[in-house]
Design a protein around this ligand. Structure first.
Ligand code: NAD
Ligand code: AHE
Ligand code: ZN
Length: 369
């Protein structure tokens, strides 16, 4: 079939709206009509050329919501008409990783996903006979996409696509990092570095679990008001701190944070996030994605003296199990998504959405089809 998609032909170039060919779902796959998709910083990261797994041409997008149109042979967990959120972290419930219950990083299809193809090694997308790569197994910047059955979470039908698409990445990543990865407890002191589409969800997660002190750190002061609305108790602009930021944050938290979250993708900030943790027990969670060749460093003594460095992908959430619950939280008014979606525009304006992100003028832009 012919579908409308924003194609990334090469790194660093704007996306191009094209009519591309999509072949139908094969065994174990589903065809989904994408109704809306958020634009995450990770899409921009891959488009920039900094992603060692970046492949071109490709159809980016991994924060979508839509409706199942057709299912391939053997698909049993969803049917045409079901509303779903695509999962870049699938949940097969059978692999060693899923069965361990120690991680959400299902590995059933990770290697083909990283190579931009479906589990059988081929792509469903092409243009003029040339193959187009899938992206993160989802490719939600297209009005139809094909996904493995294990990479869709079935959600309730009254949830608005242009809001809950954000649960496909940013909301779950931020809130999940607090509740599933760090397991922040009531009364905790939390520092969040980067108050964008992820960091603000970390803040709302920290407020949900009853953190006492929620410090937000961002070089863009325009992020302050919204962060306060979501539960930030103290704002720090590193450019206005005289002297060492780490010492400042240790003093502010009276000895160091119980939990810190890096939501930028800056390896220097990752070090600061670790080092402003409380001696003996502070946990720092890396969420931000850093480019090829970037490395983190600290004195080993920071870890010897009890600080813990962790990472979190998709907030540690198990997609098929946890995403429908998070949709319920939104529908029940327990979490706020509406105020974080600052811009909604047709897919034709996707390059504008990327510009708004780079200029720091949006929190989340959502493109619709
Ligand atoms: P964003 O652009 O919306 O937000 C980034 C924020 O960081 C902005 O507010 C910016 O002003 C701030 N910032 C930049 N440099 C800073 C600095 N030196 N000090 C303090 N603040 C600074 O991006 P986003 O969509 O929130 O994504 C954030 C990061 O998380 C990206 O690296 C993205 O790739 C990553 N991410 C990871 C996962 C995961 O599963 N681990 C999921 C989604 C996104
Ligand atoms: N391909 C990149 C890594 C990108 C990355 O870390 N992706 C996150 C999700 S970001 C969503 O916005 C993730 O889930 N990682 C786990 C995984 O298995 O990819 C690189 O640097 O190579
Ligand atoms: Zn994302």
């Amino acid at each position: 079939m012919e579908v409308k998609a924003a194609v990334a032909y090469s790194a660093g170039k704007p996306l191009t709206i094209e009519t591309v060919q999509l072949s139908g779902p094969q065994a174990g796959e589903v065809l989904v009509e994408i109704k809306a998709s958020g634009v995450c910083h990770t899409d921009a990261y891959t488009l920039s050329g900094a992603d060692p797994e970046g492949l071109f041409p490709t159809i980016l997008g991994h924060e979508g919501a839509g409706v199942v149109v057709e299912v391939g042979a053997g698909v049993t967990s969803v049917k045409p008409g079901d509303h779903v959120i695509p999962l870049y972290t699938p949940e097969c419930r059978q692999c060693e990783y899923c069965l361990s219950l120690k991680t959400n990083l299902c590995q059933a299809i990770r290697s083909t996903q990283g190579r931009g193809v479906m589990p059988n090694g081929t792509s469903r997308f092409s243009i003029g006979g040339e193959m187009i790569h899938h992206y993160m197994g989802t490719s939600t910047f297209a009005n139809y996409t094909v996904l493995p059955e294990i990479a869709v979470a079935k959600i309730r039908e009254d949830a608005p696509f242009d809001k809950v698409c954000y649960i496909g990445c940013g909301v779950t990543t931020g809130i999940g990092a607090v509740i599933y990865t760090a397991k922040v407890e009531p009364g905790a002191k939390v520092v969040v570095f980067g108050l964008g589409g992820i960091g603000l969800n970390v803040i709302q997660g920290a407020r949900m679990v009853g953190a006492d002190m929620i410090v937000g750190v961002d070089i863009n002061p325009s992020k302050r008001a919204l962060a306060e609305k979501f539960g930030m108790t103290h704002f720090v602009n590193p450019n206005e701190v005289e002297g060492d930021l780490v010492s400042y944050l240790v003093d502010l938290t009276k000895g160091g944070a119980d939990y810190t979250f890096e939501c930028i993708g800056n390896v220097k900030v990752m070090r600061q996030a670790l080092e402003c943790c409380h001696k003996g027990w502070g946990v720092s969670v890396i969420i931000g994605v850093a480019g090829a060749g970037q490395e983190i460093s600290t004195r080993p003594f920071q870890l010897v003296t009890g600080r813990v460095w962790k990472g979190s992908a998709f907030g540690g959430a198990r997609g098929r199990t946890d995403v429908p619950k998070i949709v319920d939280w939104y529908m029940d008014g327990k979490i706020n998504i509406d105020d974080l979606i600052t811009h909604v525009m047709p897919i034709e304006q996707i390059n504008h959405a990327l510009e708004l992100m780079h200029k720091g003028e949006s929190i989340r832009s959502v493109v619709t089809f």
